[in-house]
Design a protein around this ligand. Structure first.
Ligand code: PEP
Ligand code: MN
Length: 336
């Protein structure tokens, strides 16, 4: 169960609530986020919800049978809309586009990408400065110095930054230079990292694990929320299946299903989702039709020369076309 507490609940009222929960053998967890105070109760006994709801100091109470609670739509029926800076909203009715290279490589590359994004009115640039690579000999990113350079150029252009954080220790140093933290597929169940991201007041885009179930993804999101940060987006980026014809299997089903199970915005990553440049546009459009609130994809001036993921990266012309098609697809979806 989720109990929303009044902001001015008194210690005596809290004690009364704690006693009540103890009497029905529910384990309480206090959650304080940037927006509200909650008490999560986990237990099995039957109880009359009014016996808690009528106590003083309580705003509302909801029964949530899912293993995840705060990210469930069972208590929060309306979609969450994230506000990023002054002029970006992500969530229902607002189509979010995030584009950029797999890896941040150089000043010239950042400048060319920013110019491309500005031309297309894309407000969020992606790119990795800490790269999780399958091989330790591959390019692993420019690190914090690359991020600082990117930040100074993006800020000047009025572009927001999303980039991957791989370790708890990186969070503090990165926080001033980013707008959205990305948690990569390989870290989707790094619970210490998720806990720590719950303690910062920055949006987090949480990717689904390479073999992660939807339940696991939602439980990972619950870690972030229950540690205090409500600003979360879920990201479908393809999963590992028996099929070898493409890099991953984009689970379009997941997009529709996540929108039903959770109030959080759902973002599609068709670049990693299929991993084949030629098909990224089709998978992006299919994701929008399935209900995605936004799309994150890889673009580079010369994908053939990209330091990572060139095989799934669009060039600027391809991205120009895809962006206009995605906006049309979004309008079409909103109409029906
Ligand atoms: C990326 O966004 O470049 C990336 C490494 O993604 P994922 O974690 O989904 O593999
Ligand atoms: Mn990539």
């Amino acid at each position: 169960m989720i109990i929303q507490l009044d902001s001015d609940i008194t210690p005596a009222e809290q004690q009364q609530l704690a006693d009540k929960l103890a009497s029905i053998k529910f384990k309480p967890t206090n959650v304080k986020t940037q927006f509200a105070n909650y008490l999560i109760g986990v237990g099995k006994e039957e109880f009359d919800i009014r016996s808690i709801g009528n106590l003083p100091g309580i705003r509302d109470i909801h029964r949530v049978s899912d293993a995840y609670k705060l990210v469930s739509r069972k208590w929060k029926v309306n979609d969450t809309v994230l506000q990023i800076g002054d002029d970006i909203q992500i969530g229902t009715g607002h189509f979010a586009l995030m584009a950029g290279p797999c890896s941040i490589e150089s000043e010239e590359q950042i400048a060319a990408t920013i110019q491309h994004l500005k031309k297309n009115r894309v407000k969020i640039m992606r790119g990795g400065v800490y790269k999780p690579r399958s091989s330790p000999y591959s390019f692993r990113g420019l690190g914090i110095d690359g991020l600082k350079l990117w930040h100074s150029m993006a800020k000047e252009a009025g572009i927001a930054i999303i980039t991957e954080v791989m370790m708890v220790e990186q969070i503090e140093a990165m926080a001033d230079y980013i707008d959205i933290f990305q948690v990569g597929a390989r870290n989707s169940q790094n619970f210490n990292l998720l806990d720590a991201l719950g303690e910062v007041d920055k949006p987090v885009l949480l990717k689904r694990g390479i073999s992660g179930t939807l339940d696991e993804l939602l439980q990972s999101a619950e870690y972030i929320f229950s540690h205090g940060n409500e600003k979360i987006m879920l990201c479908e980026r393809g999963i590992r299946t028996f099929e070898k014809a493409y890099r991953n299997t984009m689970d379009i089903n997941a997009i529709a299903m996540l929108k039903e199970k959770s109030h959080l915005p759902v973002i599609a990553d068709p670049s990693h989702g299929i991993g084949v440049r030629k098909f990224v546009d089709k998978i992006a459009l299919a994701s929008i039709m399935a209900g995605a609130d936004g799309v994150i994809f890889e673009v580079h001036a010369t994908p053939e020369k990209a330091f990572s993921d060139g095989q799934q990266t669009l060039n600027f012309q391809e991205a120009d076309l895809l962006i206009s098609r995605m906006r049309k697809a979004f309008r079409l979806r909103e109409e029906y």
